[in-house]
Design a protein around this ligand. Sequence first.
Ligand code: CDT
Length: 300
Amino acid sequence: SRKFTVAAAQLGPIAKEEPRNSAVARLCAMMREAKARGAALVVFPELALTTFFPRWFIEAGPELDQWFETEMPNDATAPLFTLAKQLGIGFHLGYAELTPDGHHYNTAILVGPDGEIAGKYRKIHLPGHWENEEWRPFQHLEKRYFEKGDLGWPVFDMLGGKLGMCICNDRRWPETWRVLGLGGAELVCLGYNTPIHFAPAPEHDHLQYFHNELSVMAGCYQNGTWGVAVAKAGLEEGSVLIGGSVIVAPTGEIVAKASTSGDEVICAEVDLDRCAEIRANVFNFEEHREPQDYLPITAP
Ligand code: CDT
């Protein structure tokens, strides 16, 4: 069997004025706790270095670009990479990426226990809107600030298995999970910043935790993969973000769940060989998929 302990490191709110090095110190503390609890991998959330800045309208330029990382690692995040190497633990980190040629992405990376970047993903399903919509209590301007990811959903050899990533809104889409599943993903890391209030349909506010679990449980079960879904949670700059970070087995069952809206580490033992319980049976893709009947899914 291929067993290890995985940790989900949920973050509480990050204030607008909280500097990167303060956020990184919080991540380092949780990385130490994860290691002390035996974890080989610790998963941090989406945009884990700053407040969730798409809630504000910001003109393009330096004021917007200050929320982005132009290098990884950089001065602020180097301590995280150094600590990972020192402890011998892998990690997953979400951050806003500004490339040397000026592209803006909502990005996540996998870093190996050697402190080296082993894989990168750029968010494909960007939620929200493009223009400042003043009727909303807060904005969700991911469509304006980020370009659609250009890397597809790759999987990476790590910890004796195949690891994939998606980011927040991606988890709601079955196509995300199926592409990862077709790539052989055995563990999917994902971070999220999900406001409890959804201005276009506030009648669904009470369903935010349910829809998070529903999406991750279904994605894991229907593709026979482990899932580690990690929130930035709590009351952040006047907007409540859901917590409810979960670790989900290939059977779709939740095996660990956060119980606070703050910085919290949860752990579970993961056996990647358990993916076969599903992938060799009900979701044996080779035997049972009928792709000739799925063509509308890939039509634009
Ligand atoms: N970060 C992110 O993708 N959040 C969205 C919010 C809902 S759409 C405005 C999500 O899918 O959780």
